[in-house]
Design a binder for this molecule. Sequence first.
Ligand code: CA2
Length: 145
Amino acid sequence: MTSLLVLNGPNLNLLGTRQPEIYGSVTLAEIEALCAETAAELGVSIECAQSNHEGALVDAIHAARARHDGIVLNAGAYTHTSIALMDAISSVGLPVIELHLSNIHAREDFRARSYIARVALAQICGLGPAGYPLAIRALVQHLES
Ligand code: CA2
């Protein structure tokens, strides 16, 4: 069975508790439930994980190589800084869809630069939590085509 990892980075554990004007009022647990529903509908297996630590995210990407067929990744602020995450994605060779709740191209200039985009299959941003099911559907379509 196709298996996906949905991996969220720093501060996304705070979703729904602060800055609702930017990130909305949906919690990470609710987003993960939405992902699980989408996976069940598509008949794929899914694991969701979150870490505030760059090295732990690198480890999760490495571990995904043996356990999953693709990754939906919201790397949070590490998107804009982390060559380590970019290298981890390249090294495992799994398809990654980069996901952001907000439109990173319509915000501060520093958010428009993404190291993840250089190695990702695609980027979805600006659609809020609805981006996650879309990313899962796109990844499954990619893997099964
Ligand atoms: O739009 C996104 O999904 C981001 O990846 C979110 C990151 C930000 O650094 C990226 O530029 C875009 C920040 C996540 C912070 O999440 C919070 C949630 C609630 C309260 C405070 C922060």
